[in-house]
Write a protein that binds this ligand. Structure first.
Ligand code: SAH
Length: 239
């Protein structure tokens, strides 16, 4: 199976604090509005009624926000305790999402066997850099899409600047995210992600950098993809 169990344990252990917007996952909360807007804009400004699968959803920061924007969302992850925190948060926060938000502990490759071609949108954010074989995840994401559907990926570039900012700065100097969150060797260059997407039959539509301001705790989209970046891609209509 394409999973690093140490990664799953690491994220699972954070479940209790995941929704604390001042806690160890605060940067995910802070970047979420920018990610949501990138996805919404890429979907012609509307998420209403779209069938979305959020791959590596964790405790559902993005999944729940997309469901609250009108999408029908399935969040998948292998960290059971993070999924439990996701379900609990959705339940205790109104309005009721029981008809439009669901979470499952299943590997994306297995879901692709079960539900190929059944989603309008796949999101896979801050997850690819935590798996042994990101190409396998990207391929499964493409399989889950209907022809013409869109996949959104977000991850971290691999170069000296991203090492300084995303690992040394964020984990050790500023303590923005827990130490050991990222492994430099597993970071992914945009050219590598685009190759994986192309190999999976996905065509790039948009590539943007995300600049994070640690003082204000805010993020914005930029053209510079040297550290954090996001992309939107599409499966061919005749695939
Ligand atoms: N996408 C979420 C969470 C990012 S944290 C967000 O951006 O808000 C990375 C997540 O990837 C964790 O929840 C971790 O459990 C999950 N993950 C790591 N390896 C995985 C795998 N092989 N299959 C599914 N999820 C995985």
């Amino acid at each position: 199976m394409n999973v690093d169990s140490a990664e799953i344990e690491k994220f699972g252990a954070l479940a209790e604090d995941w929704w604390d917007d001042k806690g160890p996952m605060r940067t995910l909360h802070q970047i979420n509005p920018v990610r949501l807007e990138f996805i919404r804009r890429g979907c012609d400004g509307r998420l209403d009624g779209r069938k979305v699968v959020d791959v590596g959803c964790g405790a559902g920061i993005l999944s729940e926000a997309m469901a609250r924007s009108g999408a029908h969302v399935l969040g998948v992850d292998l960290a059971e305790s993070a999924l439990a925190a996701a379900r609990a948060h959705a339940q205790k926060t109104g309005p009721d999402l029981s008809g439009t938000l669901e979470y499952r502990a299943i590997a994306v490759e297995d879901l692709a066997q079960e539900a190929a071609g059944s989603f309008d949108v796949v999101t896979c954010m801050e997850m690819l850099e935590h798996v042994p074989d990101p190409q396998s995840v990207v391929r499964a994401c493409a399989e889950l899409l209907r022809p013409g559907g869109q996949a959104f990926f977000a991850t971290i570039n691999r170069n000296p600047k991203s090492y300084l900012l995303a690992i040394l700065g964020a984990e050790y100097v500023l303590g923005l995210i827990p130490r050991g969150t990222h492994d430099y060797e597993k970071l992914i260059r945009p050219s590598e992600l685009l190759d994986m997407a192309r190999n999976a039959g996905l065509q790039l539509e948009e590539l943007k950098g995300m600049h994070y301001d640690p003082i204000r705790g805010r993020a914005r989209l930029v053209d510079d993809v040297s550290v954090n970046y996001l992309c939107r891609s599409r499966k061919a209509k005749d695939a």
